[in-house]
Write a protein that binds this ligand. Structure first.
Ligand code: M6R
Length: 619
């Protein structure tokens, strides 16, 4: 939520900041703004531009009212929390004298008290945001801090409550950019004679792949020749360097109309990369980021999966596989609900936190609650060094590369792979499965990239269907067993991308209420389990007949050669054969393509749907 870029170096700061904002716009797009420190007639000055709406509005503003050349600057692309998406509420925010500029991600919970204090002291606040108070507080602390912006930031942070990333510049400290973070992301990019402060590495990947992770409650000062990290008390902290293992091309559309289309197509590779290196020469499953001992894993008596949105759906599928393979009971809980219901956790509970970004506030807070209760936490994450893996006892990284489109696609499939691997690993360690059974399942997983690629090769009729249904106001999705979370995921994709009222149901629940929704020509997508599970399969074939008899237009996703469904499908989408537990790896793909095509046909912004942001860093 909110993209932040700060830059100090030798390049034109505005170009660097705008390029970073373009790459981070997926984090929020309610407004955007920039500020630069430049040399004026009477010394250093600070100037900025900001505009409501997408970055394109700011670009237009900058072309009409250019900013002076500068080599220090910052920028922001906003997902609004306090104050509507107006020009005035857009970041950066400035102090009254226009010497300090601040951008912010997160929520300052005690801003009302601080605002009242500033107002009482005669400061005139010009926006409705929580952020503006920081600009005024920094300005007030600058002189008492010996004109040291980092020290001023530390003093101000000591007064703030909530979750925040802050980046600031000061016209009287013209060679530094200062940042701070508490429960909100910020990464340092280290280049040759230049440095960056960004919400994530995509903001500087065009310039450097060398980065520094920041811990919680730290302040960072970047200059052309170095980086200093301290805690809020000013005690110097060790800088943890890392190398970003993907390059700028991964964060570009590379000829695709939308990032989402590119990311859908990248799924076979992303799945293959996530599977890579997991099997030893002797055929044993190895998870080398698993920092928990085999004894600890053997003592696990309950697993609780916590996640949000698409990652939650991956968790629901994991339950079927992990329980089946390990016989350990698995609960799956929305991260945003978890800590409010006093969950029963012990030292023998394994909590699995699934998050693409590794920064989702709901999941992070749930994870912290679990650790406070002495549970062990294993993170499944796509972002190296993010807060969730950093605060976990063990990590399994998915290797999906950057996911830029707001709608999760390759993250979902790679999360499924990671969940399957964790399940099989637990089964191996606990002796719940024979070696050859695990090998057979791993071989089936190894065939997934090819099967996903095959599915992608068949998507033209699905795109056509999406275009044909562009005026539909409602679509239902049904599934059974692992097909149920797939149905939920299909509905979520359609809601978030096409603003269509879509619901996913367990097909067996139909007759307990939702069947009343069925009316003439209502499109209903049904995910059919493979015929190799006749008990499941035959039940859903009956469900299809029941809705068809009531006028529904049935769109059926079924395994190649499943002739039993043919007679009841108005549209049939074939997917390649995989065992039931792994079928979501192929069955989800048409639903992603369908939602994308339908949204595109409606002329909607596929990569940046309204009201959303990629990484939800506020609760
Ligand atoms: O980064 P995370 O995996 O923690 O994000 C969780 C959800 O916010 C995310 O999956 C969201 O539901 C997607 N936009 C759905 O496409």
């Amino acid at each position: 939520m909110c993209g932040i870029v700060g830059y100090v170096g030798g390049k034109p700061a505005l170009d660097v900041v705008m390029e970073g904002l373009r790459r981070l716009e997926y984090r929020g797009y309610d407004s955007a703004g920039v500020a630069v420190v430049h040399v004026g007639a009477d010394g250093y000055r600070l100037d900025g531009r900001k505009k409501a709406g997408k970055l394109a509005n700011l670009e237009k503003e900058l072309s009409e009212r250019p900013l002076p050349a500068a080599t220090v600057g910052l920028g922001h692309t906003r997902w609004a929390t306090h104050g509507g998406p107006t020009d005035g509420n857009a970041h950066p925010h400035f102090d009254s004298a226009g010497r300090v500029a601040v951008v912010h991600n997160g929520i300052i919970e005690n801003y009302a008290v601080l605002r009242a204090e500033l107002t009482a002291a005669g400061v005139e606040l010009r926006s409705e945001t929580d952020t503006e108070v920081v600009a005024h507080l920094l300005a007030a602390q600058f002189e008492p801090s010996g004109r040291d912006l980092a020290e001023a930031m530390r003093r101000v942070c000591g007064r703030l409550r909530g979750a925040f990333t802050l980046v600031a510049v000061h016209a009287d400290a013209p060679d530094v950019v200062v940042g701070a973070r508490l429960n909100s992301p910020l990464v340092v990019g280290v280049g040759d004679g230049e440095a960056f402060l960004c919400s994530d590495v995509a903001g500087f990947i065009g310039h450097t792949r060398e980065a520094i992770e920041l811990g919680q409650a730290q302040v960072v000062e970047v200059r052309r020749d170095g980086v200093t990290v301290t805690d809020f008390a000013g005690v110097q902290q060790e800088a943890r360097h890392f190398h970003v293992d993907w390059d700028v091309k991964a964060a570009e559309k590379s000829g695709y109309e939308h990032f989402m289309l590119k990311e859908i197509d990248e799924q076979p590779q992303a799945v293959a990369d996530t599977l890579l290196g997991r099997v030893s020469a002797s055929g044993k499953l190895v998870l080398d980021e698993m920092r928990m001992s085999e004894d600890e894993l053997r003592s696990v008596d309950k697993i609780v999966v916590i996640a949000a949105g698409t990652a939650f759906h991956a968790g629901l599928i994991a339950k079927y596989a992990v329980e089946h393979w390990t016989r350990i009971p698995v609960e799956v809980e929305l991260a945003s609900e978890f800590r409010y219901r006093d969950p029963i956790l012990t030292r023998d509970t394994l909590v699995i936190a699934i998050s693409q970004s590794g920064e989702t506030a709901d999941t992070l807070m749930a994870l912290r609650h679990a650790r406070e209760q002495h549970a062990r936490v294993l993170a499944i994450c796509n972002t190296n060094g993010a807060t969730i893996p950093r605060e976990s006892d063990a990590v399994v990284y998915t290797h999906g590369g950057p996911e830029i489109a707001v709608a999760s696609t390759k993250a979902f499939l790679t999360q499924l792979i990671a969940c399957y691997l964790v399940g099989l690993y637990l089964a191996q360690v606990r002796g719940e499965k024979y070696e050859d059974e695990i090998k057979a399942l791993l071989a089936q997983l190894a065939s997934a990239p090819e099967k996903i690629a095959e599915t992608l090769g068949r998507m033209e009729p699905v795109r056509e269907l999406g275009r044909a249904l562009k005026d539909e106001g409602r679509v239902l999705f049904l599934g059974r067993h692992v097909g149920f979370p797939v149905a939920l995921e299909g509905a979520l994709k359609l809601k978030e991308l096409a603003y269509v009222h879509a619901e996913g149901f367990a097909a067996g629940e139909l007759k307990h209420g939702p069947i009343a929704l069925i009316e003439q020509d209502l499109p209903v997508v049904v995910v059919v389990p493979p015929p190799s599970r006749p008990l499941l399969h035959d039940k859903i074939v009956s469900n299809i007949q029941e809705i068809r008899a009531r006028g529904a237009k049935t769109i059926v996703i079924a395994q190649d050669g499943d002739s039993a469904v043919e007679a009841y499908a108005d549209t049939l989408i074939w997917v390649p054969e995989l065992p039931t537990l792994l079928q979501p790896l192929v069955a989800t793909v048409p639903l992603q393509v369908f939602a994308c095509a339908l949204a595109d046909a409606k002329g909607l912004d596929v990569d940046q749907p309204r009201n959303l942001a990629k990484s939800v860093t506020v609760e």
